[in-house]
Design a protein around this ligand. Structure first.
Ligand SMILES: [Zn+2]
Length: 362
């Protein structure tokens, strides 16, 4: 089987790699066609047509996880393949897929005409999956979606597998984005919580409701803090984590005496402080609301806090950093890599410099 590199196209502006390649096998030659559609990808190979994290009328979608930028276009999908945890967390966040659902377990292969599909752990959020495809003629493709190659307290690291073709995210695909060791980030967060409480203030950690909040809750609990979740959206997702074996014993705004908890040094994890304060106005007396509004220090938990214009916070990310993306791609050792998401152009150049044929999907 030989991969044939095609001539540069006008679209790729001189990049020697184009957004499709041809595979020579014992059978009539098939062309692999990979396109970016919305924030996802559409792949065609022989008679197989698959969408990833996007919806195309009449086609099957492989969904890596249900963050909003991945489910936005799925109303068009004919059917959706994902893990049970992905469907459960999607539902917990208030919407439901309209398309037919097929549930796959991580590492369980699913055969379709022309291709076998295996979801692999992506390490990004509960149930998040990469997809490994084995076509009938032997071509293998790995699609990553969002992935994290580092273990966290609540998610196992994604592991690379060898594939002929890699389709990878590149959210942090520039060398400026190198995250500190996760244990050090954890220690910094716990230290900030201790110091803030020692100053008589309430530490509030801002993190999105699916994945990051659960990691923050697990961390702060491991540090011995009493953790209050500031949003019902976090509570609902935590419940799904519990149903899938990740127990998170936090307090909700309703299950705890918030004024008393804040006085005794509790910490708050929120996905929206505005929403937390709105909820508080219904449940707390004025003194407690004033305390929440005026006597708190907010820390963002995000990889973006590393930037020079950083908000106050810590670089706790659910994505691989630049080195992680690069190491992962090298381990997959593909004959061609397609890069989508922001920074696709920059990261594909770095892949090319590392000896991997790379195409930015734009
Ligand atoms: Zn995501």
């Amino acid at each position: 089987m030989t991969l044939i590199r095609e001539q540069p196209s006008a679209k790729t502006g001189g990049n020697p790699f184009v957004s499709h390649c041809s595979i020579k096998s014992g059978r009539p030659m098939s062309t692999l066609d990979v396109k970016k559609i919305g924030s996802g990808v559409f792949l065609r190979y022989g008679d197989v047509r698959l969408a990833f994290d996007t919806g195309i009328k009449g086609e099957t979608t492989l969904l890596s996880h249900p963050h909003s930028d991945h489910i936005g276009g799925l109303r068009f999908a004919h059917d959706i393949i994902a893990t049970q945890a992905t469907f459960d967390t999607w539902s917990a966040r208030g919407t439901e897929p309209v398309a037919k659902k097929t549930v796959l377990d991580i590492d369980d292969m699913f055969g379709q005409i022309g291709v076998n599909i295996t979801p692999l752990n992506a390490g990004h959020v509960l149930g998040s999956a990469m997809f490994y495809l084995e076509f009938n003629d032997g071509l293998t493709v790995l699609y990553t979606g969002d992935f994290n190659n580092v273990d966290s307290l609540v998610h196992r690291a994604a592991k690379p597998v060898a594939a002929d073709v890699l389709i990878t995210e590149a959210t942090y695909g520039e060398p400026t984005w190198i995250f500190p060791d996760r244990r050090k980030v954890y220690d910094s967060i716990l230290q900030a919580a201790s110091e803030t409480i020692a100053e008589g203030r309430t530490p509030v950690f801002s993190a999105y409701s699916l994945g990051k909040s659960q990691e923050a809750i697990a961390l702060l609990q491991s540090g011995g803090f009493r953790v209050i979740s500031g949003n019902t959206s976090i509570d609902k997702v935590c419940k799904v984590y519990g149903n899938h074996g990740v127990s998170l014993k936090h307090y909700t705004m309703k299950s705890v005496n918030v004024p008393e908890a804040l006085e005794s040094g509790a910490v708050v994890v929120t996905s929206s402080l505005r929403n937390t304060l709105a909820t508080a106005r219904h449940q707390l007396d004025k003194k407690s609301i004033d305390r929440l509004e005026q006597n708190t220090d907010t820390f963002n938990l995000s990889g973006w806090t590393l930037a020079k214009f950083a908000e106050r916070g810590f670089p706790l990310s659910a994505h691989s950093d630049f080195q992680g993306l690069l190491d992962f791609a090298k381990s997959v050792d593909p004959r061609v890599a397609y890069v989508f998401t922001d920074r696709a152009g920059v990261f594909s150049k770095h892949l090319s410099d590392s000896g991997i044929n790379a195409v930015a999907l734009e």
